[in-house]
Design a protein around this ligand. Structure first.
Ligand SMILES: C[S@@+](CC[C@H](N)C(=O)[O-])C[C@H]1O[C@@H](n2cnc3c(N)ncnc32)[C@H](O)[C@@H]1O
Length: 382
């Protein structure tokens, strides 16, 4: 990379911080300083955003680096097929999303923070600027990413603690942290994070709820428990994965074949509502974790997929209030969707702010609740 004039990047970093402030996502002056003082260009020498890949020195590269956009830095094949389609498996996240998450983290000087998902190292640099590198710990599944992140961080003047490993197990070593921030999306809170969270600690983690999921903001409420509200701020993160060669979480790969005889039927649930109503889509995902909703008005169909189960519903009604459904896979996924839609209606169509999560450090003992952790309406998370 050509050496970049300090004044050039500082002007751009300051402009990015000002943009985030104007957008209303960066209010804390200390985090504003961190964004203005951290050279993002050192963390993204190569950007792989589709065909318009850019490397340091290319025209447009610097503009892309200091734009409020997520920047893909590593991709993996989308499936076993031969289409050659690649999906991002690591990136520098969108600065507006990073700002929101860092502010929700409520980290204070002296706090020790664990980041799950080192990626480029840029977020670890922001944390190091704010808290001192010695208080920052970051783990990534991919050892190569950890090595390059370390080079980037040293170039930026920071030496936080880095480790390669599955962040599902938390930090590899006997440690407790005041804050844990996940920069890959989860379907449940790994028990190790609860065990490694100090009293008074907080976990910020994006929920892998299909498209843009909400944030979980969970405080330690007992030795073995965290609890808190769902924050509806929409964030789109790559899922927490277990295989460095794949961009997918276990069981998420689209190459899983739908099995079983197709079933043809009708539904009284308007499929358009699923695409147009984020609160309903979230509520459905929370009843059927892993549910992916797709399709479009343009294609005239809504597609729901969950592992090998699939349902397609025509957007054009067969008759007033009746739509055609085709289902395939080991069970009838649309029946689950219908059940959850009925529950959504019964509960007065709750928006995301009425939902919360309580997670124990025991797999299967994690719950969604409505309005209150002791509410009559709670059900298992994932
Ligand atoms: C959006 S990127 C992180 C961005 C990063 N914080 C930065 O500032 O550049 C998500 C990262 O999560 C990592 N990841 C996915 N699954 C993981 C796991 N099980 N344990 C640790 N890291 C994981 C990916 O390898 C990827 O680098």
């Amino acid at each position: 990379m050509d050496a970049l004039d300090t004044a050039t990047w500082e002007t751009r970093a300051a402009a990015l911080a000002a943009e985030l402030t104007a957008e209303g996502v960066l209010a804390d002056p200390a985090w504003r300083d961190a964004f203005a003082a951290t050279p993002r260009h050192l963390f993204v020498p190569h950007i792989l955003n589709g065909p318009a890949s850019l490397s340091a020195g290319d025209p447009g590269w610097l503009d892309a680096v200091y734009a409020n956009e997520s920047l893909a830095t590593q991709t993996r094949p989308a499936s076993d097929d031969t289409t050659g389609r690649e999906i991002a498996s690591s990136s520098s996240s969108k600065p507006a999303v990073m700002a929101v998450m860092l502010e929700r983290l409520a980290a204070e000087p002296g706090h020790q923070v664990l980041e799950i998902g080192t990626g480029t190292g840029y977020n670890a640099a922001l944390l190091s600027h704010r808290l001192g590198a010695d208080n920052v710990f970051s783990v990534d599944l991919d050892p190569k990413l950890v090595d390059t992140a370390q080079e980037h961080l040293i170039a930026a003047g920071y030496r936080p603690h880095l480790a390669a490993g599955d962040g599902f197990a938390g930090w590899p070593g006997e440690m407790t942290f005041d804050r844990i921030i996940a920069t890959c999306a989860v379907t449940a809170i790994p028990p190790a994070w609860i065990n490694q969270l100090a009293d008074g600690g907080r976990i910020i983690a994006p929920l892998d709820a299909g498209a843009a999921g909400p944030l979980l903001v969970l405080d330690k409420t007992a030795d073995d428990e965290v609890s808190g509200r769902i924050d509806p701020f929409p964030v789109l993160f790559m899922p927490m994965r277990t295989d460095v060669t794949s961009p997918f979480a276990p069981g998420q790969s689209p190459s899983a074949d739908a099995a079983g005889m197709p079933h043809y039927g009708t539904t009284a649930v308007d499929p358009a509502a699923l695409l147009e109503w984020p609160d309903l889509a979230l509520f459905l995902w929370l009843h059927a974790p892993g549910l992916r909703l797709g399709g479009s008005v343009e294609h005239g169909v809504v597609v729901a997929e969950r592992g090998p189960a699939r349902a397609e519903v025509d957007l054009a009604p067969l008759a007033e209030g009746t739509w055609a459904v085709r289902q395939s896979g080991p069970y009838r996924l649309w029946d689950t969707v219908e059940h959850a839609v009925a529950m959504f209606d019964t509960l007065d169509k709750p928006d995301a702010t009425r939902l919360g999560v309580t997670a124990l450090n025991v797999p299967g003992k994690q719950f969604i609740w409505l309005d209150d952790p002791d509410s009559d309406h709670s059900w298992p998370l994932a």
